[in-house]
Design a protein around this ligand. Structure first.
Ligand code: TMP
Length: 217
């Protein structure tokens, strides 16, 4: 059985991840590709519990190290119980955030050592890396304004603007380091243009598969 592809969607707050995740899912399904849509932190019962603890604004202060380990604990469960089995069955996995978010938020935002994150990445993931990452990028003020329209802030959304500037910078650095895997999509343009850019990238990935899905559009 041909292994599925692992696609991740990344970006700061309010860049339109939810809308575009649904768009990519529909696009893949239109091409007869079985896709499992999931998210991080989360995706399993235990990982969703960890997510709740991480986003809860009323918890005791979570140390930066605890936060980093909780992200990777959730990820370990998610990989074992959802991502790996799906890929092994030939399903594609579309994941709302993955380890680039750890480099961006814990590395850039919290200033945790990159070498520590890389060590945990290797421990938890082995050789698993996304085949494609779409990074939605927009100036921080635009994204934050959009995110805050949604109402109550979680523990991350309550951070200062400088935190999100650092997150954005770290995401852009990841894109520079891995230009083959990470495709930068400008999110501060009309949705139709964002989605046109996404289609261009998805076409290449689907076209490059040795087994072509039916009805390739
Ligand atoms: P969201 O997926 O609904 O945007 O919320 C998840 C939050 O968790 C978001 O603020 C980013 C943060 N996060 C990290 O800090 N590190 C990570 O590794 C991941 C996956 C998410």
């Amino acid at each position: 059985m041909m292994r599925g592809k692992f696609i991740t969607l990344e970006g700061g707050e309010g860049v339109g991840k939810t809308t575009n995740l649904a768009f990519i899912k529909d696009y893949l399904q239109q091409h007869d590709i079985a896709v499992v849509v999931t998210r991080e932190p989360g995706g399993t019962k235990l990982a969703e519990k960890i997510r709740h603890l991480l986003l809860d604004n009323n918890s005791e202060a979570i140390s930066e190290t605890a936060e980093l380990l909780m992200m990777f604990a959730a990820r370990a469960q998610h990989i074992k119980h959802v991502i790996e089995p799906a890929l092994a069955h030939g399903h594609w996995v579309l994941c709302d955030r993955f380890t680039d978010a750890t480099y961006a938020y814990q590395g850039g935002g919290r200033n945790m050592k990159i070498s520590t994150i890389t060590w945990l990445e290797n421990l938890v993931q082995g050789s698993l890396r996304p085949d494609l990452t779409l990074l939605l990028d927009a100036p921080v003020d635009i994204g934050i304004a959009r995110a805050r329209e949604r109402g109550a802030f979680d523990r991350f959304e309550s951070e200062k603007i400088s935190f999100f500037e650092n997150v954005r910078r770290a995401y852009l650095l990841q894109a520079e380091l891995y230009p083959g895997r990470i495709k930068l999509i400008k999110a501060n343009q009309p949705l139709i243009d964002v989605q046109r850019s996404i289609v261009e990238v998805m076409r290449t990935l689907i076209g490059n598969c040795s087994v072509m899905p039916g009805n390739l559009k």
